[in-house]
Design a protein around this ligand. Structure first.
Ligand code: ASP
Ligand code: MG
Length: 406
């Protein structure tokens, strides 16, 4: 019998009925003899509601107080779930992030885990208890403050605990059946994947598939934590995320990701000389703006154009920074486009398979979809296109690569 980390997302603990159901599921595993550490998100939209309340009071809430406020959501669900377990006769105890030994740096509202001291959890497990940890939060020991790990941070709590406790598996319970070949809301014939490699999942999550927090996925890939993403509303087996790339060579394309929340910035007339890209991107990096899909044109007469994408909500910030740099680097102008989106095909199998890129471009062309930028990695090809054509592109590519077929 092994040790399992089970994380339940906000929808899965969205009301008292659901909390009781989660307790019943845990009961089953407990009776089978497993040691269980549970990580919970806040109930339903609690975190959003807490944020709105703060916004009703101030435009600039203190980040420290935001963390005190937001961390309370997960405390509520952890205590309620623990009571539900008690009702079923299971010895259980809830622990806050701090009590669970989750230590972070001091970056409020998006703190990073620096170390985990799992002694208390291990002690409670050795006493035969199910341990219910409030997700999304940690403790900044240097300053004696509560911190939170960024939106969706309970995933990171679960993965980090699974690693620290050397768990056999980290189960992420959510309101979908697992990872799909494309977003099923856009492509009804999208197929649930039985397994996917860390690398492919990272690309999917990075390109906008929102099943798991990207940072948590990064942690899992780095520390090789085996993950199962599955629904908390049925017994289906979900999707295994792990080291599986070698098992599947016949699969060329694993999935399609898309993102409609990006914007493009183009810096015009950039002198083509060493250090310029650094001068543009260093300040963006310092402002924690997530730059993606960088394309530099071939230069003509020592002058070039440079385009890149940023999350749409960072556009105005990024523009402000770039405009300040323009005179310093002697560039001509900066343009932006907030009506773009992107679509990516992802898969290990595209390595060493000629013609995949051509096929993708062909499918887009047949559907009258113009490609504005292209970027690639070893296992991903991304096309930047008009935002209003993203769904059509996803459907056409899913069809064209026959991803709905087994
Ligand atoms: N409750 C937090 C959020 O909504 C953390 C989480 O759900 O993982 O972002
Ligand atoms: Mg979540």
């Amino acid at each position: 019998m092994g040790l399992i980390v089970q994380k339940f997302g906000g929808t899965s603990v969205g009301n008292i009925e659901r909390i009781k159901n989660v307790a019943k599921r845990i009961y089953k595993y407990y009776k089978e003899g497993h040691k269980i550490v549970v990580v919970v998100s806040a109930m339903g939209d609690t975190t959003d509601e807490l944020i709105s309340m703060a916004e009703e009071i101030t435009k600039n809430p203190s980040p420290r107080e935001m963390d005190v406020l937001l961390s309370s959501g997960e405390r509520i669900s952890s205590a309620l779930l623990t009571m539900a377990l008690h009702e079923l006769g299971i010895p259980a105890i809830s622990l806050s992030g701090r009590q669970a030994g989750i230590y972070t740096n001091s970056i409020h509202t998006k703190a990073q885990i620096t170390c985990i001291k799992p002694e208390r959890i291990l002690k409670e497990i050795s006493l035969g208890k199910v341990v219910v940890v409030a997700g999304f939060q940690g403790y900044d020991l240097d300053n004696n403050n509560i911190t939170t790990l960024g939106r969706g941070g309970s995933d990171a709590t679960a993965v980090a605990l699974a690693y620290a406790l050397k768990a056999d598996i980290c189960e992420i319970y959510t309101d979908v059946e697992g990872i799909f070949t494309a977003d099923p809301r856009i492509v009804p014939s999208a197929r649930k994947l039985d397994y996917i490699s860390y690398e492919e999942m990272l690309e999917l999550a990075g390109q906008g598939a929102q099943v798991m927090q990207l940072r948590a996925m990064d942690l899992a890939a780095t520390y090789k934590v085996p993950i199962i993403v599955r629904s908390s509303f049925n017994e289906n087996s979900g999707t295994f995320i792990g080291e599986v790339e070698k098992m599947e060579t016949r699969r060329k394309i694993t999935g399609i990701a898309h993102n409609k929340n990006i914007a493009k910035i183009t810096v015009l007339g950039v002198p083509d000389k060493p250090g310029i890209a650094y001068k543009i991107f260093a300040p963006l990096g310092n402002a924690a703006i997530n730059v993606d899909d960088i394309v530099q044109n071939v230069s003509k007469d020592g002058i070039t154009d440079l385009s890149f994408t940023v999350p749409e909500k960072e556009l105005s910030n990024a523009l402000k920074i770039v405009k300040e740099i323009i005179p310093q680097i002697d560039a001509k102008d900066v343009l932006y486009d907030d009506q773009i989106g992107k679509v990516s095909i992802i898969g290990w199998g595209m390595q060493g398979t000629p013609g995949i890129a051509a096929k993708m471009f062909g499918i887009l062309a047949e559907n009258g979809i113009n490609i504005e930028m292209i970027t690639t990695s070893e296992i991903k090809i991304t096309c930047i296109i008009r935002r209003d054509l993203v769904e059509k592109a996803v459907q056409a590519l899913h069809d064209g690569f026959k991803l709905g077929e087994e």
